[in-house]
Design a protein around this ligand. Structure first.
Ligand SMILES: [Zn+2]
Length: 392
């Protein structure tokens, strides 16, 4: 069996709301180039989905009226009727303004996640990475949080229907994975687990520790909301403690993880103060859990990440380096400030509006100390212990 595959659909680069929108797909290009300059992504590891998204599958997650609205708003000059409907589906302006080719590019992204799930569940690859995916806020009846089609929910539904697999969804984006949670809230075969900044001050406002699923699905949803200005040690303590319990309860056949990297201190849309260290450690823990609990079956997706220059390329490359067992991960563990490839820095510093970091991990020694650090750690520990106690 092949070990790891990197799924990339060129059409996912056309998922552009407008110039200047925070969701910026250049991050996919920056990431692939970083991996290539690091000699870590051979062309033979990259696969493009060979099938378009199955329309029947799309209808299992999204309501017909919404799919129709997305399609009608994807043409260059939508009809007056389509424009009138845009608001009720969250597509008029603000976070998710309609754009030409929206349906096609969102469907290509969803196809990539379904394809990645197939490659792993059918046994062709042990792990698959699809950084174009992870659009976890899309709702059955509307677009939300920069997400049009919920590729993660579609991939999970495909795994349920084609393979009858028990699925564990792990969401490490700084925002609550609300869309995926909602789709499987009453389903005991799909465990959804999300660690995120508390919704007290951040979109989408949900993801309370009390949200635990409903009906037959009660006990198969877990949320760990952490405080603003949480730092590495506390974030990792919460994640590690709860992940161990989640694995025991979920007993999955496959893990789907979402790797939004917007909990970094540089991210402009959230208030968490973590460094690249959590993006080195979390993939390592998930990788290990996959081998312990489900014969390595692991599909990793992208997600949020709005500092596309300093954060996303490094964070997402780390997921691939971990997944593919690249020796750089070992080097990083012993020598924290390992340099990024000079060729990548030279190429992209010219385009970047900010100074690029020169090392894979951050030099946190030089970061300012957070006031209220102990109080934040204490509150986060309380919430994670409460969450973990629900799975006893
Ligand atoms: Zn996010």
């Amino acid at each position: 069996m092949n070990d790891a595959v990197y799924v990339h659909h060129p059409d996912s680069l056309k998922y552009i709301f407008h110039q200047g929108h925070p969701f910026d797909q250049r991050r996919l290009v920056l990431t692939m180039d970083l991996l290539q300059q690091a000699d870590a992504l051979p062309a033979s590891s990259i696969l493009t989905p060979d099938q378009p998204l199955d329309e029947h599958l799309l209808q299992q997650i999204h309501i017909p009226g919404y799919i129709e609205a997305v399609k009608q708003l994807s043409i260059p000059s939508p009809s007056a009727e389509a424009l009138q409907n845009a608001a009720q589906y969250g597509l008029d302006h603000g976070d998710n303004p309609y754009f030409p080719g929206m349906h096609e590019s969102a469907a290509a992204i969803a196809a990539g996640s379904v394809y990645a799930a197939d490659l792993v569940m059918s046994g062709q690859y042990r792990h698959a990475l699809h950084l174009g995916g992870g659009l976890h806020h899309a709702m059955p009846q509307k677009s939300a949080g920069f997400c049009v089609y919920n590729d993660a929910a579609l991939a999970i539904t495909h795994l349920r229907q084609q393979y009858g697999a028990r699925v564990l969804y792990i969401d490490t984006d700084v925002h609550h994975g609300d869309g995926v949670e909602m789709c499987f809230y009453t389903d005991p075969h799909v465990f959804t687990y999300s660690i995120h900044e508390t919704g007290k001050y951040l979109f989408p406002g949900t993801g309370l520790v009390e949200e635990r699923g409903a009906g037959e699905g009660f006990g198969f949803t877990l949320n760990v909301p952490v405080e603003p200005y949480t730092e590495d040690a506390s974030w990792l303590e919460c994640f590690e403690m709860t992940l161990a319990r989640v694995m025991e309860r979920a007993r999955p056949d496959i893990i789907i993880s979402q790797h939004g990297c917007d909990a970094h201190a540089f991210d402009p849309l959230s208030h968490i103060h973590c460094s690249m260290e959590i993006y080195r450690q979390m993939p390592r823990m998930i990788h290990e859990a996959a081998h312990t609990w489900c014969e390595g079956r692991w599909v990793a997706l992208g997600g949020g990440g709005y500092d596309i220059w300093r954060v996303v390329p490094r964070a997402w490359s780390l997921v691939w380096l971990e997944m593919s067992g690249h020796p750089l991960m070992k080097e990083m563990a012993t020598r924290k400030l390992l340099s990024l490839p000079a060729t990548w820095l030279e190429r992209w510093q010219k385009e970047s509006p900010v100074e690029l970091p020169t090392t894979w991990l951050d030099d946190v020694q030089r970061w300012q100390e957070m006031p209220r650090r102990e109080e934040i750690t204490r509150q986060n520990r309380y919430i994670s212990e409460l969450a973990a106690s629900y799975l006893r």
